[in-house]
Design a protein around this ligand. Structure first.
Ligand code: HMG
Ligand code: MG
Length: 316
């Protein structure tokens, strides 16, 4: 099979990226990030999560962020909802999509959402029903689909089970997440194939953290399977508070650069995306993790220095 002609990217930076920041990021900066991403051509943005503020304090301004966004038509704004309380909190903000998140590993399920996998699915069922009754799309994320920080190895059977259970309760899209970034291309394909047993190609996505530098190779491996939805995070922001040591999601800039090079359409303007990443990392006080963003910013700085030097040169 050839590579897909077009890929849809969900930028999860505002949620997955910022949730891991220890210092509070202002609501205005979060909203500015969402606006910068839509200006860069992102058509899917994971904005925030309606989780317990005791568990993830950085997302406590979820409703304020959703209320302050200048929505652009054609952009889908999604939020995480772990339970009915989360969905109730999210509804006034009119999310286009909600995300329920289970784990393929029991140990991670307990640490992340304080219940077993089976309990999480039971808890999600009324959330899925209520969301769908309101016409809101439901995405499911399977965390730790390749490895777990507490349990270690995760088998394909464990991934298949969660994908099946999600399908049974009415989840419409299945995201396969390598939360700690230990996956390598063949392992990730195996996990993805489990999701594809229960969901059509249009409704599966890859969510790869880049801890071991394998994320681009893993995306390429999934492109070879025809998978054409990926979660990425601008500037490579993030990590998961319950997966210590895991780095951010693969950087959106790196993925867009690779896809541009492959001739795969994303609709994203790489220069404006680099601007978005530069702006949020200035707020955070560190440079982007993205190699592509660093290279483009360095090229811009040297072009600017050359043009200043040129304009300062004496006119003969
Ligand atoms: P719990 O403590 O078992 O819940 O937490 P509870 O029902 O016993 O409630 C405890 C308190 O939380 C109560 O308040 C509830 O009202 C409140 P209190 O009476 O003590 O004042 N509460 C809530 N408040 C706001 N919004 C809610 C909510 N629910 C309960 N929705 C719970 C269970 C699921 C709530 C908790 O474990 C939690 O919030 N976990 C979220 C952890 C999280 O956000 N992790 C990161 C996202 S997942 C991720 O990053 C992985 C992913 O990106 C994939 C990947 O990266 O690979 C998806
Ligand atoms: Mg993630």
């Amino acid at each position: 099979m050839g590579l897909p002609a077009r890929v849809t990217i969900v930028d999860v930076g505002p949620r997955d990226g910022l949730q891991n920041e220890a210092a509070p990021v202002s609501t205005a900066d979060k909203v500015a990030l969402v606006h910068a991403l839509q200006d860069a051509g992102l058509r899917e943005i994971e904005v925030t999560s309606f989780v317990s503020p005791k568990w993830v304090p950085q997302m406590a301004d979820n409703a304020a962020v959703m209320a302050a966004i200048n929505r652009r038509s054609g952009v889908r704004y999604s939020v995480l909802t772990p339970n009915l309380k989360g969905l109730e909190g999210a509804l006034p903000g009119r999310p286009d999509e909600i995300v329920v998140f289970a784990a393929a590993s029991e140990a991670f399920s307990r640490r992340n959402i304080n219940c077993s996998i089976a309990e999480s699915i039971e808890r999600f069922e009324p959330v899925v029903q209520a969301a769908r009754a309101q016409g809101i799309k439901v995405r499911g994320a399977i965390s730790c689909a390749v490895g777990c920080p507490y349990q270690g190895e995760v088998t394909a059977q464990e991934v298949e089970r969660v994908a099946r259970l999600m399908k049974e309760i009415g989840v419409q899209h299945c995201g396969v997440a390598d939360t700690i970034g230990v996956g390598t291309p063949r392992r990730v394909q195996l996990a993805m194939e489990q999701a594809l047993r229960h969901f059509p190609l249009e409704e599966v996505s890859g969510h790869f953290h880049d801890t071991y530098g394998q994320a681009l190779a893993n995306i390429y491996a999934c492109l070879e399977l025809g998978v054409h939805h990926y979660d990425t995070s601008v500037a490579g922001l993030g990590g998961c508070p319950y997966a210590k040591g895991a780095t951010g999601n693969v950087a959106t800039e790196d993925v867009v650069f690779m896809l541009d090079g492959l001739g795969v359409e994303t609709g994203i303007d790489l220069d404006r995306l680099v601007d978005a990443g530069a702006a949020i990392t200035r707020v955070l006080g560190r440079p982007p993790v993205s190699r592509v963003a660093r290279a483009i910013l360095a090229r811009r700085a040297s072009a600017e220095a050359a043009s200043c030097a040129g304009s300062a040169a004496p006119v003969a």
